[in-house]
Design a protein around this ligand. Structure first.
Ligand code: ADP
Ligand code: MG
Length: 329
């Protein structure tokens, strides 16, 4: 298959089916097919841009289903937009495929493109360009979104006494990887739940939108809670204490009957794509209201303190971590 035929067939043609025509027409002056895309940034908004690369057998198993790979790639990028409080607008896709491999087959590309556009439609983000090359399988997505000036959820806004909160459950990402790698066996339902969490993490866009006027700092957890919370600490020049007892664990994780393992995954496993955010005591009633109204599922897990670094405590005593998050090098 030739490069241009591949682009037209799987990435340009699909665009015609998009439910997003209205959004695309409003903001995309020129999409796929020229040297650059021409985009109209919404008036009086700031552009939020993030790029992430997923490498086969590092970020996903190379033999995973192509639509699963595509969904995960786009969803993890959408998670970065959510973490900033940005509304998704556009993305570009740089796809590297090994020559003469199963990945350049009609079947694989059809599946990949199906998963990609299913997610793009769901979250209303428009593919506006990309690059196609040969080499080891990898997927780079650059996501772009819009955010009101001064409304972005940055890492440097935490203050002493702020509560530290997380959305949904922690530790599922690491447990899911263990299930996918066949080193952990759980029942059918829990196994399915975790696999879904791995390939289809939910970018917390709705929550981020609600937290815009509530949170003082935020990020998404991709490398593990402790490692990522430490980024908030460094950017805000403060420290944090996590109450290990309060870590929210899913029924799947609890079914392990190994609380220590579950907590270790929650603290230092990667791939959760939940939001970690801080809230001042004055803003806590607003968050409590959002939680009570079930508009947002969040748990208080700790507090911002003076000093530096992240400390974990259980029953008032220091809780030692087994490992501190995923690091590439
Ligand atoms: P150039 O050589 O000028 O960089 P390319 O030949 O790489 O352009 O790409 C041609 C057009 O197809 C461009 O508009 C580019 O954005 C788009 N494109 C290339 N690969 C992809 C892809 N994987 N997904 C979406 N658009 C792509
Ligand atoms: Mg090119």
């Amino acid at each position: 298959m030739r490069e241009f035929e591949l682009i037209r067939q799987f990435f340009q043609h699909e665009q015609a089916d998009l439910l997003l025509e209205e959004k695309a027409q409003a903001s995309v002056v020129l999409g796929i097919g020229d040297d650059c895309a021409l985009l109209r940034v919404p008036a009086n908004k700031q552009l939020a841009i993030s790029v992430d690369t997923l490498v086969a057998d590092v970020h996903f198993p190379a033999d995973a289903k192509p639509d699963d790979i595509a969904e995960r790639a786009l969803r993890t990028n959408l998670s970065d937009l959510a973490a900033m409080g940005a509304e998704p607008l556009w993305f570009t896709l740089a796809l590297t495929l090994p020559k003469n491999s199963p990945y350049v087959s009609e079947e694989w590309l059809r599946g990949f493109s199906r998963g990609l556009f299913r997610t793009a439609n769901q979250y209303e983000i428009v593919l506006v360009g990309g690059d196609t090359t040969s080499g080891p399988l990898s997927i780079t997505i650059q996501a772009m979104g819009a955010v009101e000036p001064h409304a972005a959820l940055r890492r440097d806004g935490a203050n002493i006494g702020d509560f530290i909160c997380v959305t949904n459950y922690l530790g599922d990402g690491a447990a899911a990887l263990a299930v996918i790698q066949d080193v952990l066996q759980l029942g059918e339902a829990h196994g399915h739940y975790l696999r879904e969490r791995f390939y289809r993490p939910t970018p917390r866009l709705v929550e981020a939108n609600l937290l815009g006027s509530v949170a003082s700092a935020a990020l998404d957890i991709s490398d593990g809670l402790v490692a990522d919370l430490n980024h908030i600490c460094e950017a805000s020049d403060l420290g944090a204490v996590i109450d290990v007892e309060n870590l929210p664990l899913s029924p799947a994780l609890l079914s392990l009957n190994d609380l220590h393992q579950a907590r270790t995954w929650a603290l230092s496993g990667g791939d959760d794509y939940e939001l970690c955010f801080t809230v001042s005591p004055e803003k806590m009633p607003e968050l409590a209201m959002l939680i009570a109204q079930e508009k947002i599922n969040a748990t208080i897990i700790g507090e911002i303190v003076s000093g530096s670094g992240v400390r974990c405590e259980l029953d008032g005593e220091a809780y030692e971590l087994d490992s501190a998050g995923y690091q590439h090098f």
